[in-house]
Write a protein that binds this ligand. Structure first.
Ligand code: APR
Ligand code: PHB
Length: 389
């Protein structure tokens, strides 16, 4: 088999890149380890920057999102029982869009299939060869037989646990990581959201987040110990703890119900450099991870795809390699700003096991300054709605 761009990973990064390239007449093949149903069964976040939305529009995949999404002009921050709003619209003129990543991925799959896109599911043993030369290829096993794809470029969109990052030699790769001493216990419930906008709650008992997918589907998180397991948390215990961490007026109107999904995610900051090695380009979680506090996971994948897509178009249409030559530099410049914001939001709002009384006072002062200072709120808002590509 031959293609122009071999894409490893059929998550949002790989699918969005494949669809954007297709729109510009550039051929790709997507190799996905799991089945489509498995990929679509994953529960992920749901806050999209306008930059991501614009990419979906450019990919011709925004119709259902435009119909079903929620526009959020702000968010709520609370500490113990006091809360205040951050008005994105007033502070930046922009907003965020609430639309589940699962739906984004579903829309992208439908678009690729409608366009006759080549997606190979349930591949095994993917290997990347010759990425540092002029004629890379990708091999994989499918139904017990080895297959080979000759290509011009390889896009590693295979997430944190994929093989692409490992294809960059250890002597070339530099990795930066911070692991947080807690996790997020998240549930999905078929209940109306407790608030029109998200509530990021910081309390003596720990962090909590009130989010949503639509007017009948809510997503809640509480900070938990890394030694916890979802099975240890009954629904009743979860709701009780959530109510103790969010403002009383929200706790009083909270509609509880059975969880239809319950899971614990660890929190980490991670970046690998460079994000390019020869004709191999890393995108999304394959190259970087953020703690979910800043809602940047999918949105950092989006800017990688933006830079790589335009670089490949420049290569094929203009015979100009400036974009692909500068991919890693440009992608990392924005990634590190998103890493900083995600780290800052996490540090601001969570209860750290080793915090001293002084540390807690500093944290409270930081939240109070954010509450009272327009410039501080503008910094949060500019980062939350998304820094420019
Ligand atoms: N071969 C083929 N496919 C693979 C391999 C492999 N060796 N390893 C992983 N994959 C697939 C996974 O099954 C997954 O579907 O690559 C895909 C990677 O998708 P994501 O992990 O969702 O990463 P990405 O597309 O970059 O999207 C980032 O997803 O995890 C969230 O918070 C993250 O919102 C962010 C977004
Ligand atoms: C979610 O809705 O899952 C969500 C929203 C905002 C975040 C993290 C997760 O910061």
């Amino acid at each position: 088999m031959r293609t122009q761009v071999a894409i490893i990973g059929g998550g949002p990064s790989g699918l969005l890149l494949s669809q954007l390239l297709h729109q510009r007449g550039i051929d790709s093949v997507v190799l996905e380890r799991k089945t489509k149903d498995h990929v679509l069964s994953r529960i992920r976040a749901g806050v999209l920057e306008v930059g991501f939305v614009n990419l979906m529009r450019e990919a011709g995949v925004a119709e259902r999102m435009d119909r079903e999404c929620f526009i959020h002009d702000g968010t709520v921050i609370s500490r113990d029982n006091a809360s205040f709003g951050i008005n994105f619209k007033d502070l930046t003129g922009s907003h965020v869009v609430v639309y589940g990543q699962t739906e984004v991925t579903r829309d992208l799959y439908e678009a690729r299939e409608a366009a006759g896109g080549r997606i190979v599911y349930e591949v095994e043993g993917v290997g990347i060869h010759g990425a540092d030369g002029d004629a890379p290829c990708v091999t994989y096993m499918k139904d017990g037989a080895e297959q080979r794809i000759d290509c011009d470029f390889v896009a590693g969109c295979d997430g944190f646990h994929g093989v692409s990052r490992q294809a960059i030699p250890l002597g070339v790769r530099r990795e930066y990581e911070k692991v947080y001493p807690f996790g997020w216990l998240g549930i999905l419930s078929e209940t109306p959201p407790v608030n029109d906008e998200l509530i990021y709650a910081s309390s003596e008992r720990g962090f909590a987040l009130c989010s949503m997918r639509n007017e009948k589907l809510s997503r809640y998180y509480i900070q938990c110990s890394l030694s916890d397991s979802p099975e240890e948390w009954s629904d009743a215990a979860f709701w009780e703890e959530l109510k103790r961490r969010i403002p009383e007026e929200a706790a009083e109107r909270l509609v509880t119900g059975p969880s239809i999904e319950k899971s614990i995610a660890p929190l980490r900051s991670f970046v690998t450099e460079p994000m390019r090695w020869g004709r191999l380009f890393l995108c999304g979680d394959a190259a970087h991870i953020v703690p979910p506090t800043g809602a940047k996971g999918l949105n950092t994948a989006a800017s990688d795809i933006h830079y790589l897509y335009h670089g490949l178009v420049q290569h094929y249409h203009d015979r100009d390699d400036e974009g692909i030559e500068r991919y890693s530099e440009r992608a990392l410049a924005r990634i590190w700003k998103a890493e900083r914001f995600s780290w800052w939001m996490t540090t601001l709002l969570h209860r750290f096991p080793d915090q001293s009384a002084f540390d807690r006072r500093i944290q409270a002062a930081e939240v109070a300054f954010l509450r009272d200072n327009r410039a501080a709120q503008t910094v949060l808002a500019e980062n939350y709605v998304g820094l420019p590509y």
